[in-house]
Design a protein around this ligand. Structure first.
Ligand code: IPD
Length: 267
């Protein structure tokens, strides 16, 4: 199985690189870029690039494997009978993308019979590509990566993110106000997939966010856990929309308990 998954991840790497190049070229031609549609609120922008990049990924993946299904942020669900489902975020970090902040990513996970087995996250601006196959470790540009060894919450650099819902943000702000006095510092970098990869690479000690969608977290969560992070929801359940938590092991329990006390998975 793992040799097969490696081939699937290789296919996804190729698609992610092509889609990333497309997104980056379109970003460079910014005067031609228009906001194609808006989602739930005006800050949740869906650019033409997002739609075009997802179409390219679908074409590449289904061109090679017509029996698979694709579950993508922009295009909804397309069905297949092979048992393989690709979970795709063509541009994670859309707002960074719009503003020209070089911190956005293509995220592709491969799920087999309901379980994520492989993942790719690619930042087209830095050129970095993170990959993982379940049970085989995590890699940045082919080299193995690991979480930090941070063992004290007061020394932890913690990433987070905010959804697009204003009332939820009020609560998220209140939680941050408590957290910031007990950790080293907080980062809000703007792309969940890259935040999870940052934990995997030792660029953050921990990360949490409420309200992520499957395409935001599927690849990054596997990469973080394969790099040695504790990845879960707030009470040890699977990471998901309610809460996605990733931390280097020695601070995981203390931080998770604190976030639970602060109600990080409540509205
Ligand atoms: C968003 C980013 C952001 C996170 C939001 C996500 P999108 O994804 O990952 O960092 O805070 O919750 O929705 O909309 O740019 O693909």
């Amino acid at each position: 199985q793992s040799a097969d998954v490696t081939n699937l991840v290789d296919l996804a790497v190729g698609a992610a690189h092509e889609a990333g190049a497309l997104a980056r070229e379109r970003r460079q031609a910014v005067s031609r870029m228009t906001v194609a549609a808006t989602k739930s609120t005006p800050t949740d922008v869906v650019t033409e690039s997002d739609t075009a990049a997802e179409q390219l990924i679908r074409d590449r993946l289904l061109g090679a494997r017509p029996g698979d299904a694709v579950f993508g942020e922009e295009g909804g669900h397309s069905s297949g009978e092979s048992g393989v489902v690709w979970v795709v975020d063509p541009i994670d970090g859309t707002v960074n993308y719009l503003y020209g902040i070089p911190q956005y990513a293509v995220s592709i996970a491969v799920q087999i019979d309901g379980v994520v087995q492989g993942g790719v996250v690619h930042n087209p601006e830095s050129g970095e590509t993170w990959t993982a196959v379940r049970g085989s470790g995590a890699f940045l540009d082919g080299s193995p990566i690991y979480t930090t060894q941070c063992s004290e919450l007061s020394l932890a650099l913690v990433g987070t993110g905010f959804g697009y819902d204003a009332s939820r943000r009020v609560r998220q702000g209140a939680i941050l106000a408590e957290l910031i006095s007990v950790v080293r510092d907080i980062r809000r970098a703007g792309a969940a997939a890259l935040d999870l990869c940052a934990v995997a690479t030792g660029r953050l000690d921990a990360y949490y966010e409420r309200g992520l969608k499957p395409w935001d977290l599927a690849a990054g969560a596997l990469i973080a856990s394969e790099a040695g992070a504790v990845v879960s929801g707030l009470r040890g359940e699977e990471a998901g929309e309610r809460l996605t938590f990733a931390a280097t092991p020695k601070i995981a329990e203390e931080l998770r308990d604190l976030l639970e006390r602060l109600g990080a998975d409540q509205d």
